[in-house]
Design a protein around this ligand. Structure first.
Ligand code: FE2
Ligand code: FE2
Length: 307
């Protein structure tokens, strides 16, 4: 979808709602400090005692999830550029992009400090991968501002679930607390972006259905440029931290229900077609999830037979 005058006007038309949602966010979000939850007392010098994998206390798949989630957070400069660059300086969205960026910044601080203090990552590898990730950068093709809201609605919810599940599967109270704090922030961001999308959907359902379709039919997490993304994503999928089934059942379906996509009436032919297409996305994703699960169990059966 191109960035039409109409799409900018649509965002401008819901500015009072953007301001209201931002005020609500400021009241609702609980301020927290990463230094209150990171176990600094566990920290030791890497110079005196170099890192060794035997020092790690978390399972390999949870470490993979935390590192992938952290590297995704590390690419914040590019997300900021995308969001801030999509809206006029001085607009409520420019104000939101600064507030949101400040809050997001703490996520990488908290997760990195936790991983380093507890020795649950190779510090040199983590830094090399951060540099590789940020050097590669991240782009999101569409210049359409309406798509920004559809994308961030799905992405913040997906991130909330991925962080939360990584914390739950960590089997470590401190990791759980760190990841819960981060996930709660993502949930508040999600509510903001979803709220703006909801307001625009009421104003111009055709344009917003187009944006939702573009985003959800080809959804990609922002971390795809991270080194070994596919291998890591499979490990996380296998561990039940984030996978296609979770994406379909806990991200796409709840969003479509919340936006009541199936109940939107009075659409023209093109918008009706988009509405139908959007409603088939969960089934397509579930079919892909089933195929993935079948491949995994076949592989596990082969491994078991060979063992
Ligand atoms: Fe985040
Ligand atoms: Fe977020």
């Amino acid at each position: 979808m191109t960035a039409t005058t109409e799409s900018f006007e649509l965002v401008a038309s819901v500015e009072p709602e953007i301001v209201r949602l931002m005020d609500e966010h400021r009241e609702r979000r609980q301020h927290w400090y990463a230094h209150d939850v990171v176990p600094w007392e566990m920290g030791r010098s890497f110079r005196d005692e170099p890192w060794d994998e035997s020092q790690a206390t978390l399972s390999p798949e949870v470490r993979t999830a935390l590192q992938l989630n952290l590297l995704t957070e590390d690419n914040l400069p590019y997300y900021h550029a995308k969001i801030a660059g999509s809206f006029d300086e001085g607009s409520p969205m420019a104000e939101w992009s600064r507030l949101w960026t400040a809050e997001e910044g703490q996520h990488s601080i908290a997760i990195r400090n936790y991983l380093l203090a507890t020795r649950n990552c190779d510090p040199a590898q983590l830094e090399d991968e951060r540099v590789a990730t940020v050097t590669k950068g991240w782009t999101y093709d569409s210049p359409c501002p309406v798509e920004v809201f559809a994308y961030t609605s799905a992405q913040e919810l997906a991130t909330r679930i991925s962080h939360r599940n990584a914390g739950v599967k960590a089997d470590c109270e401190i990791a759980h607390e760190v990841m819960t704090r981060v996930a709660v922030d993502e949930n508040h961001h999600f509510m903001f972006y979803r709220g703006v999308t909801t307001a625009m959907l009421k104003q111009a359902p055709g344009s917003v259905l187009n944006a939702i379709h573009q985003v959800l039919a080809n959804f990609q997490m922002p971390g795809t440029g991270i080194p070994n993304f596919n291998r890591r994503a499979v490990a996380i999928a296998r561990a039940g931290i984030y996978n296609l089934r979770i994406h379909a059942e806990q991200v796409v379906q709840p969003l479509l229900r919340h936006w009541r996509i199936d109940a939107i009436e009075g659409l023209d032919a093109r918008a009706s077609e988009l509405q139908e297409k959007i409603l088939t996305i969960p089934d397509t994703l579930i079919a892909q999830a089933e195929a993935f699960e079948a491949r995994l169990s076949k592989r596990d059966a082969r491994t078991a037979a060979g063992a």
